[in-house]
Design a protein around this ligand. Structure first.
Ligand code: AP5
Length: 218
């Protein structure tokens, strides 16, 4: 199973990628998670990426392509992978195509998550994250048992710097300008599969699992 989860910020790509990776025993590669890890560890890459991320801008293509190329070479991708948040520009998609074909591989499917804009803003502005174990919650849809405290490790929950209202607006603008053209790109390659992701997490997961079942590794 080699799939891309495409869609605007907050449509639920990461939430569903975690579940699908566990269910189908494939690797999850999230460029957002990899970049946030680099920021936390204060690596050179992290320091370079931080400003772009805080403002809701994209990190340069060559940086993320390098990250993904390294991850795809990992043994845990042998059974397949879910790419969450990559590619996000046409040059990234072209680079991904080159990396895969150099390894005799191709994508099976690109799932295009669709959620109304007002729901996206509500999902992102209500998200709370644990700075210690990275668990995520939502004040309305997935609240922690104790308000403001991580269920998993007891740490105080915080808000991602790019989940502030101004950064959300910027991320949506950047999505429309730079990532939305990938819908057409993958549609022309007959890989695009639309997914109504506006329902509850379990409902979306059920639909997604059914759609992806034919690509399960045998
Ligand atoms: P990234 O982490 O990829 O952010 P994003 O795409 O903006 O993704 P999100 O995590 O915000 O949304 P999601 O669709 O994964 O939704 P989630 O499941 O988390 O990227 C962050 C930054 O890194 C970028 O802005 C950029 O700077 C940089 N970057 C990353 N990749 C890059 C690339 N390829 N090129 C260049 N730069 C890159 O859910 C969101 C919230 O909604 C959660 O609270 C969740 O609990 C809730 N929720 C999820 N599903 C549901 C549901 N069905 N019903 C109700 N609530 C739900």
């Amino acid at each position: 199973m080699r799939v891309v989860f495409l869609g605007a910020p907050g449509v639920g790509k990461g939430t569903q990628a975690d579940r699908i990776a566990a269910q189908f025993q494939v690797a999850k590669i999230s460029t957002g998670d990899l970049l946030r890890e680099a920021v936390r560890n204060r690596t050179v890459l992290g320091l370079e990426a931080k400003n772009c991320m805080d403002q809701g801008n994209l990190v340069p293509d060559d940086v993320v392509v390098r990250l993904v190329r390294e991850k795809l070479a990992d043994a845990n991708c042998a059974n397949g992978f879910v790419l969450d948040g990559f590619p996000r520009t046409v040059p990234q998609a072209e680079a991904l195509g080159r990396v895969l074909s150099a390894n005799g591989m191709a994508l099976d499917l690109v799932v295009n998550f669709q959620v109304p804009r007002e729901d996206i803003v509500r999902r992102l502005s209500g998200r709370r994250s644990c700075p210690k174990c990275q668990a995520t919650f939502h004040v309305d849809f997935a609240p922690p048992k104790v308000d403001g405290i991580c269920d998993r490790c007891g740490e105080l929950l915080g808000q991602r710097s790019d989940d502030r209202r101004d950064a959300i607006e910027m991320r949506l603008k950047i999505y429309n300008e730079q990532t939305a053209p990938l819908v057409r790109y993958y549609d022309e390659r007959q890989l695009l599969h639309p997914m109504d992701a506006s329902g509850a997490v379990d409902v979306v997961f059920q639909h997604l699992s059914q759609e992806l079942a034919p690509y399960r590794a045998t």
